[in-house]
Design a protein around this ligand. Structure first.
Ligand code: PMT
Length: 401
């Protein structure tokens, strides 16, 4: 992911999600962009201009009537300076004003005066997002070529649950990088990803599961979408919002995940098995709760079908990427899986420690293919996902797939 040579004009409008603009400025700069921030009056109720000025290393503008800046026609100069305009968060009111061409404050005037591509990241209460007026405004903006990033879905600051959350800073940076010419490296590519754990039922109240949160697989889905791919995500039981633009299918058990993957497989160009699929499942599922009458109890387990190996054995087959979760001898076990399961590439992560693997927000991946290897991270799972997808795109191109 790279925004080198990009000059991003970041518009921040009023809403509780405005606090996320601080992290966004940092991430944009980490990706190589120069950043200048323009705030609406409402935004300043949620975050101070000083914070964004310090993080962007540029003065923050907030008024059309700033005499010193306007002496040099500041808003026109700013509009010309930008190679990208990103508004995050974009409130319902701002979207309405943009849709109808208002120019009654600095930010809306800049949007009218700039020829740079415009992207908006809506954030608002889920009812406001669902309102026909907001949806009509979004449709109008989209019809003019405005990119709309998100919103995500989940718990909201107002206590409601639903679509309207601002995407995370790393997701926004990835989405913006994906729109920069030359970075949509997965445009037209269909990617099938598995994520999360599987739960194998013992009886109606008990199951065998594992600690996968789904974060790694969901980060891959978001990053692949941002790079232009058409993504299908088969998710085990996780509590994560669906990344914008991703087609998601929820499953519970390894058998259900196998069925969902096989149904979605035809036509896929890349398969990434990031799920922690159970290797064993109870041979029999009791239809009533098992009572604790005996002092000991044994559960007979049967092997599950290896989904990854099944996909890799298909002909024709997609470019197949596996994961390996290991507590020790990472390279040895990863290379063994690469060869034994017939994979194109494998990403191995150390598990059993707090800062990578299961549940963590960060990860380090050692990636292996037949004649090469590299290490990605340590970094956030979102950043590592972007790096892994760039590598996959590169390896796939070299393999002529
Ligand atoms: O979800 P998070 O909390 O973010 O954690 C991320 C992760 C640690 C789960 C992820 O990065 C990861 O390593 N996923 C693979 C975990 C795993 O099951 O590893 P494994 O070494 O047991 O399996 C190897 C590969 O075979 C994996 O691609 C797995 O999806 C696949 N497999 C395994 C068994 C099976 N029956 N079918 C499969 O497809």
């Amino acid at each position: 992911m790279c925004l080198r040579d990009e000059r991003v004009l970041l518009g921040v409008s009023g809403g509780i999600a405005a606090y996320k603009a601080a992290e966004l400025v940092r991430r944009l700069r980490d990706a190589g962009a120069q950043v200048r921030v323009v705030m609406t009056e409402g935004a300043k109720h949620f975050i101070t201009p000083l914070t964004l000025q310090a993080l962007s290393a540029n003065p923050v503008r907030d008024s059309l009537w700033d005499a010193s800046a306007e002496a040099a026609m500041g808003h026109i100069e700013l509009a010309r300076w930008a190679t990208r305009v990103l508004i995050a968060p974009a409130s319902a009111d701002l979207l309405a004003r943009l849709a109808h061409g208002h120019g009654d404050d600095l930010l809306s005037t800049l949007v009218l005066a700039s020829t740079a591509p415009l992207a908006v990241a809506p954030a608002m209460n889920q009812q406001m997002w669902a309102h026909p007026a907001t949806q009509a405004n979004i449709a109008l903006l989209r019809s003019r070529g405005v990119q709309v990033f998100g919103p995500g879905s989940g718990d909201q600051a107002c206590g409601e649950v639903g679509p309207g959350r601002l995407l995370e800073a790393a997701e926004l940076v990835a989405a913006l990088a994906g729109t920069v010419r030359g970075h949509a490296v997965l445009a037209g590519v269909r990617v099938l990803i598995t994520a999360g754990p599987t739960f194998e039922d013992i009886d109606p109240v008990r199951f065998i599961g594992n600690r996968s949160s789904g974060k790694m697989g969901f980060a891959l889905a978001a990053a692949a979408t941002a790079m232009g791919a058409e993504v299908t995500l088969v998710a085990g039981p996780v509590a994560l919002a669906t990344p914008a633009g991703v087609l998601r299918q929820d499953v519970r058990s390894a058998a259900q995940m196998l069925a969902a993957v096989m149904a979605a497989l035809p036509g896929q160009h890349i398969y990434i098995g990031a799920a922690a699929v159970a290797d064993y499942t109870p041979a029999q599922v009791a239809d009533k709760k098992i009572k604790k009458t005996a002092a000991d109890m044994a559960v007979a387990l049967a092997r599950t079908t290896d989904i990854l190996a099944t996909v890799a054995a298909r002909s024709p087959r997609p470019f197949v990427v596996g994961f390996a979760a290991e507590t020790h001898d990472l390279e040895h076990y990863a290379r063994d899986k690469l060869q034994r399961k017939g994979l194109d590439l494998i990403a191995a992560n150390q598990v059993g420690c707090a800062e990578s693997g299961f549940e963590a927000d960060c990860n380090t991946l050692q990636v292996f293919w037949a004649d090469g290897a590299c290490t990605l991270g340590p970094d956030s799972k979102v950043a590592v996902a972007q790096q892994l997808l760039s590598l996959i795109a590169q390896r796939r191109a070299q393999a002529g797939a």
